[in-house]
Write a protein that binds this ligand. Structure first.
Ligand code: F6P
Length: 342
C-alpha cells in the first residue's frame, strides 16, 4: 500500500484542515495510507514524534475548523548544510512513496527543490495573501477578505458617528490582493498597496473632497506592505536615545492624514484575526477540490506539480512555475477600485 505524507507549512490559513480531510478521504478510495507530518518541513527534518497516521476517524469533524491539526512552521531545510539530503533520507526511512505539501511560496519553493533532487512531491496552494503564481486563487484568501470586509463595515458606522477618518491596516506584505478586494467590497475611499507607491497628498485630497461634499468620514485601507512614493516619508521619529521608532504603515498613514487635513483619524490593525477561525464556504469547497486533486496527482504519478485553479477548473501546473515569481495585484482591478476613491 502506498504511504503518502501530508504536511502544512508557512503561516496557517483557514481551509488547511479541509485539504487534509479531502486528501485522507480520496486516499482511502485509492487505497493509500496517509501519514500526517507535523510542523511543516521541520517534521521531515526531525521526524521523531512528528508523524501521525491519519484516518477517516481522526480527520472527521475538521472541515470547518480553522488552523491546522498538523501544526505548521516556517522551516526551510535548504537553509542548513545538507538539509535537502536530510529530508530525502527521512522520506525514505519513513517509507513515504509521495509527499503532499500544502503551502505558499516558501513551502512550495522547498517542495520544488526537493522534486529537483528526486522526491515525489505534489503541492497545494495556500495563502491568505493570494500572491502565489500559477493559480487564480489560493484558499484562505476569500476568508481573509470576508473578515476584512466585515471589519470595514463596522468601522464605517463608528467613523460616521464620530466624523473620523478610519485607517484599516490589512495583511499583504508583498501584494495588495486583500486590500484591493476588501477595499472594493467595503467601499474604501482610498486603498494603499505594495505594488503602487502611494502619494499621501492624493490620499488627503480624496478625504478632503468627501468633506467638501458633506461626507465627514472616510475609510482608507492600507496593506501592511504598502509603499509610499519617493519624498512622501515623514522624518523618522526618534526615541530619547536617538533610535528610530518603527511603527506600522497604518499608523504612519493615519498620523499624516490627521496632520495634513486636520481631520481626526484612527487606525485599526486587523493582524492575525484575518488568518484565524473558520473558512468561508467558498474556501471549504476550494480546499476540498485541491485536496482531492492533489491525491489524484499522486495516484497518476504526476509529481512536481501543484493543484491550481484556472477559471473554474482545477488543473496541474509545474511547481517551478508557481514559485518563479510572486503574483502581484491585477492592475485593472486596482484601477476599478480607484473609480470609488474620494
Ligand atoms: O503569509 C501570510 C501572512 O499572513 C502575511 O500576510 C503576513 O505578513 C505574514 O503571514 C505574517 O506572518 P507571521 O504569522 O509569521 O507573523
Amino acid at each position: 500500500m502506498l504511504k503518502v505524507g501530508v504536511l502544512t507549512g508557512g503561516g496557517d490559513c483557514p481551509g488547511l484542515n479541509a485539504v487534509i480531510r479531502a486528501v485522507v478521504r480520496r486516499a482511502e478510495q485509492h487505497q493509500f495510507e496517509v501519514m500526517g507530518i507535523r510542523d511543516g518541513w521541520r517534521g521531515l527534518e526531525e521526524p521523531t514524534g512528528r508523524t501521525m497516521r491519519l484516518s477517516r476517524e481522526s480527520t472527521s469533524g475538521i472541515l470547518h475548523v480553522g488552523g491546522t491539526i498538523l501544526g505548521t512552521s516556517r522551516t526551510n531545510p535548504f537553509k542548513k548544510p545538507d538539509g535537502g539530503e536530510t529530508v530525502l533520507r527521512n522520506i525514505k526511512e519513513l517509507g513515504l512513496g509521495a509527499v503532499i505539501a500544502v503551502g505558499g511560496e516558501d513551502t512550495l519553493g522547498v517542495a520544488n527543490k526537493l522534486f529537483d533532487l528526486g522526491a515525489k512531491v505534489v503541492g497545494v496552494p495556500k495563502t491568505i495573501d493570494n500572491d502565489l503564481s500559477g493559480t487564480d486563487f489560493t484558499f484562505g484568501f476569500d476568508t481573509a477578505v470576508s473578515i476584512c470586509t466585515e471589519a470595514i463595515d463596522r468601522l464605517h458606522s463608528t467613523a460616521e458617528s464620530h466624523q473620523r477618518v478610519m485607517v484599516c491596516e490589512v495583511m499583504g506584505r508583498h501584494a495588495g490582493w486583500i486590500a484591493t478586494h476588501a477595499g472594493i467590497a467595503g467601499g474604501a475611499d482610498a486603498i494603499l498597496v505594495p505594488e503602487i507607491p502611494a502619494n499621501l497628498d492624493e490620499v488627503c485630497e480624496h478625504v478632503k473632497r468627501r468633506h467638501a461634499r458633506g461626507k465627514y468620514f472616510s475609510i482608507v485601507v492600507v496593506a501592511e506592505g504598502a509603499k509610499l512614493a519617493a519624498g512622501q516619508l515623514p522624518p523618522a521619529k526618534l526615541d530619547e536615545f536617538g533610535h528610530e521608532r518603527l511603527g506600522g504603515i497604518g499608523q504612519l498613514v493615519a498620523d499624516e492624514i490627521e496632520k495634513r487635513t486636520g481631520f481626526e483619524t484612527r487606525v485599526t490593525v486587523l493582524g492575525h484575526v484575518q488568518r484565524g477561525g473558520s473558512p468561508t464556504a467558498h474556501d471549504r469547497v476550494l480546499a476540498t477540490r485541491y485536496g482531492v486533486f492533489a491525491c489524484d496527482l499522486v495516484q497518476k504519478g504526476d509529481f512536481g506539480k501543484m493543484a491550481a485553479l484556472h477559471g473554474n477548473e482545477i488543473v496541474a501546473v509545474p511547481l517551478a512555475e508557481a514559485v518563479r515569481e510572486l503574483k502581484t495585484i491585477d492592475r485593472d482591478l486596482y484601477s476599478l477600485a480607484s473609480v470609488f476613491f474620494g
